[in-house]
Design a protein around this ligand. Structure first.
Ligand SMILES: NC(=O)c1ccc[n+]([C@@H]2O[C@H](COP(=O)([O-])OP(=O)(O)OC[C@H]3O[C@@H](n4cnc5c(N)ncnc54)[C@H](O)[C@@H]3O)[C@@H](O)[C@H]2O)c1
Length: 316
């Protein structure tokens, strides 16, 4: 059976599929030639990331297609319901990048706590002429150990982030309207395991208690963090948003930074992608990444391996 990984797939995925007798092509076929390619090459499984679109016309025109697989989470580029109605299996890998996002959040939080985002901007410019000045400017760093991390949204990534926090010696408080408690198992290099049971508390209590705050909610109609929520937070809180642009009001964030309510913040996602607001890009209180939360080699390996396992279990 033939698999076309049109947006690429990791070597771990290719190896697992080939071992099970599949033929894997990683050619990137242009969108308008995709239907022909699938039919002419008798492709049974089409794997995509976010670039390739799998719409009704393709699903109708490729009757031999059995599985559509999305490496990653969001399936906006696939007509999922329609494909399933037509008897296709549609699969994705929602858990594969949770830990990658969690680590990126901690990269930002540790960086912000010690002004690394500023020092990295200023050292190339002033490191030789104003070393002592910079040393003084960035002297009042804080530690994460012993502080409280507030987690909004306690699903896969929220829990993965909480585990990193617990490993770093933080207290974790969490809010999730659809979850009362979660059992987190921390695994250590020598096989030791420690279990933490975290009971969720109200959103207001999380906002009031958190020294550091991180968002892991899905996209939704209203802001999860807006002016009212900023007002409930501790003065000098540090915030990270690696969830989705639009869950945090960026204008209210800038205001909260100006008032001193928020000390510093990290953004991996933006209301306007791929052109974030200039007032965010130029803001010295912000640590910024271009939506790279899930982008690790390990996540790509897990995605490939997970897709292969699912394909083999569906098709044999
Ligand atoms: N930065 C990146 O590169 C990157 C990568 C992957 C996923 N994400 C995003 O991360 C977010 C979380 O992903 P996940 O895999 O953990 O999803 P998930 O579905 O496992 O967890 C989301 C949780 O949020 C909860 N929730 C919903 N509305 C809420 C609200 N208003 N307040 C508090 N909690 C609420 C849900 O009950 C759920 O438990 C998503 O928005 C996803 O798009 C970002």
């Amino acid at each position: 059976m033939k698999v076309l990984a049109n947006d690429g797939v990791s070597q771990s995925g290719i190896d697992a599929l080939e071992k099970a007798g599949y033929e894997v092509s990683t050619t990137t076929v242009a969108q308008e030639q995709l239907i022909n390619y699938i039919n002419e090459n008798n492709i049974s499984v089409l794997l995509v990331r976010s670039a390739t679109k799998v719409r009704k016309d393709l699903i109708d025109a490729c009757p031999n297609l059995k599985i559509i697989g999305r490496g990653g989470v969001g399936m906006d580029n696939i007509d999922v319901e329609y494909a399933r109605e037509k008897g296709l299996s549609v699969i994705n890998t929602p858990a594969a990048s949770s830990h990658s996002v969690a680590e990126l959040v901690f990269g930002h939080l540790y960086g912000l706590a010690r002004f690394l985002h500023n020092a990295n901007r200023e050292m190339p410019l002033e490191g030789d002429s104003n070393f002592k000045g910079l040393k003084k400017a960035y002297a009042k760093g804080t530690e994460l150990k012993g502080k409280t991390l507030g987690v909004l949204g306690f699903g896969r990534i929220g829990q993965a982030t909480a585990k990193v926090a617990l490993g770093a010696g933080m207290k974790v408080v969490a809010f999730d309207p659809f979850m009362e408690e979660a059992n987190l198992e921390l695994e250590f290099f020598d096989g030791q395991k420690v279990n933490f049971e975290i009971k969720t508390i109200s959103k207001e209590d999380v906002l009031k208690q958190a020294d550091f705050l991180t968002l892991h909610v899905p996209a939704q109609k209203d802001y999860v963090i807006d002016e009212a929520e900023f007002n409930m937070m501790k003065d000098g809180v540090i915030i990270a948003n690696a969830a989705r642009g639009g869950v945090l009001n960026e204008v209210a964030l800038v205001k909260a930074i100006e008032s001193g309510k928020v000390a510093r913040a990290a953004l991996d996602v933006f209301e306007k992608e791929p052109k974030p607001e200039m007032q965010l890009l130029m803001n010295p209180a912000l640590s910024l990444t271009p939506h790279t939360g899930a982008a690790t080699n390990e996540a790509q390996d897990r995605i490939g391996a997970e897709l292969a396992t699912q394909i083999i279990s569906i098709l044999g």
